[in-house]
Design a protein around this ligand. Structure first.
Ligand SMILES: Nc1ncnc2c1ncn2[C@@H]1O[C@H](COP(=O)(O)OP(=O)(O)O)[C@@H](O)[C@H]1O
Ligand SMILES: [Mg+2]
Length: 225
């Protein structure tokens, strides 16, 4: 029997057939501004609400900015561990970053981890190294009881592909966030789609979502494409 971890969004849990299988490493793909970081706030908050220890490791934003952004969508992450690591540190030693990550996770008994975003590895390492670094980061996250989100930008040609195409293979799950415009006269809508989730029979239809002052809201009904 699979043990599920809630995404913090009941509709997304439904799309996943119950939630994320505990222990999975899930990549969230999408263009900047589409709502990836906010999706991760819901995931972390769901953990805090259950009394779990949660951690966000950001390569992009400061803990203060992230806390404020979460607050503006009605999510209090003040109990979360938020760590900022800059690109220079990653370039100097990825091993050190992974050690730091492992230390945080095991010392606090962390059960949910978000890495925002993985694209730091694309900019710091060349093609040859990239695969090795991504596999090694995934392995570092594969600790007992830890469920993780890896946030990734999309490639230029496909909003549901990562730039290097590596995470599609090594992640246990892929969720894509994108925008869609039916015609030039209509306005864009945001769509969320589960592309892959090992071990579960998930929905394959994209669903529409919006972002409001209460965060992400997914509409399960209706046809959009
Ligand atoms: N309070 C809010 N009300 C409505 N939309 C919001 C609010 N806060 C953020 N957004 C939307 O969310 C987007 C940022 O989401 P974010 O998760 O940071 O994107 P990503 O991590 O994919 O770059 C903004 O571009 C904006 O469209
Ligand atoms: Mg973001």
């Amino acid at each position: 029997m699979i043990e599920f971890v809630s995404t913090g969004l009941p509709e997304l849990d439904t799309m996943l057939g119950g939630g994320i299988p505990r222990g999975a490493v899930v990549t969230i793909i999408g263009m900047y501004g589409v709502g990836k970081t906010i999706l991760s706030f819901h995931f972390l908050k769901a953990g805090l609400d259950r009394g779990e220890k949660v951690m966000l490791m950001s390569f992009e934003e400061s803990p203060e900015d992230l806390l404020e952004e979460a607050r503006l969508v009605g999510i209090d992450l003040s109990e979360a561990t938020i760590v900022h690591i800059d690109a220079l540190e990653v370039a100097e030693s990825m091993m050190k970053v992974e050690d730091e990550l492992s230390a945080y996770i095991s010392s606090a008994g962390t059960s949910r981890v978000v890495i925002d975003s993985i694209n730091i590895l694309d900019s710091v390492f060349d093609e040859k190294e990239r695969w090795r670094m991504m596999v090694s980061l995934k392995e570092a996250l594969k600790m007992p009881g830890v469920t993780a989100y890896l946030m990734s930008a999309c490639s230029e040609s496909n909003e549901c592909h990562t730039p290097s195409g590596i995470l599609e293979y090594i992640s246990d799950g892929i969720i894509c966030l994108r925008t869609y415009r039916a015609s030039s006269t209509e306005s864009s809508v945001r769509l969320i789609e589960v592309m892959k989730m090992r071990k579960v029979s998930h929905w394959i239809k994209p669903r529409m979502f919006s972002i409001t002052k209460n965060g992400i809201s997914i509409i399960l009904e209706g046809e959009f494409i």
